[in-house]
Design a protein around this ligand. Structure first.
Ligand code: HEM
Length: 253
């Protein structure tokens, strides 16, 4: 069963999202292009963090060995920065709509204690992303913008004639702070991807199980199983209805 992709489809549903009626049910979450885009972004952020830290403090200078020494590290760091910027920009275009905040995000955040205790029976039904994922998305967007703009200011090889030493001092400070925040946000992102079991396969194989989608992103799953012509409501019953999920044979496995 494919997702409704016509005009007016919910913002959550992106190209390639689909439910397959296999056993167990598979839900397609990311197309290959989105996954390649994501992993290029991830690899460039890791390379930037390592090369950036090696230039940040003499204690970590030994890490420049990974890039053939200090000169090379300094040369390639800004170029990898450009790769991150353009790669993340593409991710941004792909994902921004599904990351727009909605009312359910507030409720989910208000019940963050339940989320952390893995008690999800009283949580709102969520679209493709939860508020935590949306936080990662928007903060990475802002931080990468700061990193690229300050990075250009301090890229002396090409841009030194266009700036002053005072501006550069501020830019160096903002660049280092943004990098520290970006690394923290990245750690949160990876921790969450590992903590929520079953998430990794979304970015490795592009699919999640029906059970995972049901548990964590039920609204998105409901929207996906609506027939393409939109004439039929989602086949998955509401958990509070008489034929709730526990009694329903159609609950995804
Ligand atoms: C080793 C590093 C990383 C791992 C293991 C990882 C893992 C994942 C996984 C498993 C997902 C799927 C989550 C889901 O669909 O629910 C995901 C989504 C995503 N990742 Fe990563 N990621 C990494 C690095 C990064 C970096 C560096 C960025 C950005 C700079 C990034 C940005 C995103 C975005 C934007 C999404 C889509 C979620 C959203 O839009 O809110 N990831 N990642």
């Amino acid at each position: 069963m494919t997702a409704p992709r016509e005009h007016g489809a919910p913002a959550d549903i992106q190209s390639g999202d689909a439910v397959s009626g296999t056993h167990p049910v598979q839900v397609h979450r990311y197309k290959a292009a989105a996954r390649i885009n994501h992993w290029i972004t991830a690899a460039s952020l890791i390379l930037l963090a390592v090369s950036g830290m090696s230039l940040f403090t003499p204690n970590l200078f030994f890490l420049t060995g990974l890039f053939s020494g200090g000169q090379w590290t300094r040369t390639i760091h800004p170029w990898i920065g450009l790769v991150l910027f353009f790669s993340f920009s593409l991710l941004f275009v792909r994902f921004w709509r599904a990351n727009l905040p909605v009312q359910a995000d507030r409720t989910w955040l208000a019940k963050i204690g339940d989320v952390l205790r893995n008690r999800d029976d009283d949580l709102p039904e969520l679209g493709k992303y939860n508020a935590g994922q949306k936080f990662v998305f928007w903060s990475m967007s802002a931080l990468i913008l700061v990193l690229i703009s300050t990075g250009i200011v301090i890229w002396d090889q090409y841009f030194s004639p266009f700036t002053t030493i005072e501006v550069k001092r501020l830019a160096v400070l903002a660049h280092a702070l943004a990098a520290i925040f970006a690394i923290c946000v990245w750690i949160i992102h990876v921790y969450a991807a590992i903590w929520v079991k079953g998430t990794f396969s979304a970015m490795t194989h592009g699919v999640v199980t029906g059970g995972w989608a049901w548990r964590h992103h039920r609204k998105w799953l409901r929207e996906l199983v609506v027939k393409v012509d939109g004439s039929k409501a989602a086949e998955i019953p509401h958990p509070h209805s008489a034929t709730g999920p526990s009694s329903s044979p159609r609950r995804p496995s």
